[in-house]
Design a protein around this ligand. Sequence first.
Ligand code: ADP
Ligand code: TRP
Length: 323
Amino acid sequence: MRILSGIQPSGKLHIGNYFGAMRQNLALQTEHEGFYFIADYHALTSNPDPRDLKQRSLEVAMDYLALGLDPQKTVFWRQSDVPVVTELQWILSCITPMGLLQRCTSYKDKVSQGISSNHGLFAYPVLQAADILIFDSQLVPVGADQKQHIEVTRDIAIKFNNAYGEIFVIPEDHIIESVAVVPGIDGRKMSKSYDNTIEIFEPENSVKKKVMRVVTDSTPVDDPKNPDTCNVFALLRLVAPDSELKEWEEKYRKGGIGYGTVKKRIVELLIEYFRPYRARRQELEKNRDQVEKILLDGAERANAVAQKTMNRVRKAVGLRERL
Ligand code: ADP
Ligand code: TRP
């Protein structure tokens, strides 16, 4: 199956992103034909500083490569290096009913969070549909928040096929099985917008400081504690092997251990978990040219597929073919 995933270059990736989505996404590349890209055109909808956008796109690319994205197997590129996708977006725009976009909750959510409203933000789902359809994607792994955009894509593709013939593959969504929400150091959902994250690749001493600051209740050391409602235990669950987790659970319920002891163990496990990835990340950091080359090679492969689809589309709607 061809599987496509777009990644927003929106800042340093944190362990909530990793355990909530990235790990599952990366696992899928072993059994599917992966097409993964950095969605920098989409990021423009929130008008980032031009230097930040370039830098973040590269950082996210390095994060994914360090964490196991295999560019031999998976086509990996920067969205803006395949600009023909914006041509498809225009063509799709011309058959997309306004009502379909007006119903999209992500636009309303973003505006209510204070992102200034612009046409790109409103048309965001049409560009996403173009991303998906131009590569004949069959499966799109997304978090639950993106499900509506895949439905919009399907609606647009079906409408287009009804009007012009069987041009597009109709994609399916694949809702990523998320772990329970990963809490941030203040106990709310870990999120860059709350400034409560533990970044995957921040220095080890800073990971330690942050884990030690995770908020807990004030149950005394000797008293029993509830693992099901504890932020610290939620973090332990992400990294501890099952057998060890069981032991900690018993200790929690019995009482006699303090949160500090558990936090120290989390620090060890987290650092151990990411150690090989961190080493690879440092290597990539030293070889930015190589990362750039990987993205450009990916863009070449992606362009070849996209051009073919565009020729079908151009012919279907009555524009001149380009090949
Ligand atoms: P943020 O909240 O930091 O802006 P994003 O919304 O960019 O993160 O999240 C990207 C993906 O990472 C989402 O699809 C979501 O499934 C996953 N994710 C983000 N934060 C968490 C979290 N705290 N727990 C579990 N999954 C998360
Ligand atoms: N909108 C997605 C997000 O915010 C990113 C994205 C852009 C995407 N184009 C896509 C995801 C195509 C899947 C398929 O996470």
